[in-house]
Ligand binder design. Structure first.
Ligand code: AMP
Ligand code: ZN
Length: 114
């Protein structure tokens, strides 16, 4: 996707602070962290949002959650807990139209999700 900011990060055209990378998945620090640990995990393949997921993407989404588990451990937030969020579409507050999962941790989060 030509004008997608996260595709540009995948291609190295925009710098990022990477915390994990393999052939299919990239994780990097959010540029505007809202919690002490705020990491974004994305498939390298451009998928706009959860709405555009196809059956063939099931495996990579499963793998993303394994990556999230490992990153949480490495970041030292596994034991205390953390939140994983994927905003979808207008009402979900999605700003970047490339599927991503926020890992939010390092402090006690509110119990309300909306
Ligand atoms: P969302 O509202 O779920 O689409 O969140 C998009 C997230 O991407 C926000 O938390 C932004 O701070 C983050 N973001 C935008 N541009 C960059 C960038 N160049 N590097 C890292 N994070 C970014
Ligand atoms: Zn993209």
């Amino acid at each position: 996707m030509k004008d997608c900011i996260f595709c540009k990060i995948v291609k190295g055209e925009i710098p990022s602070k990477k915390v994990y990378e393999d052939e299919e998945i990239l994780a990097f620090e959010d540029i505007n962290p809202v919690t002490p640990v705020h990491i974004l995990v994305i498939p390298k393949k451009h998928i706009c949002s959860i709405n555009e997921l196809e059956a063939e993407d099931e495996r990579i989404i499963g793998k993303i959650f394994s990556v999230i588990k490992n990153i949480a451990k490495e970041q030292g937030i596994s034991e205390d807990g953390y939140r994983v969020v994927s905003n979808c579409g207008e009402n979900g507050g999605q700003e970047v139209k490339h599927l991503h999962f926020h890992i939010l941790g390092g402090k006690k989060l509110g119990t309300k999700v909306a």
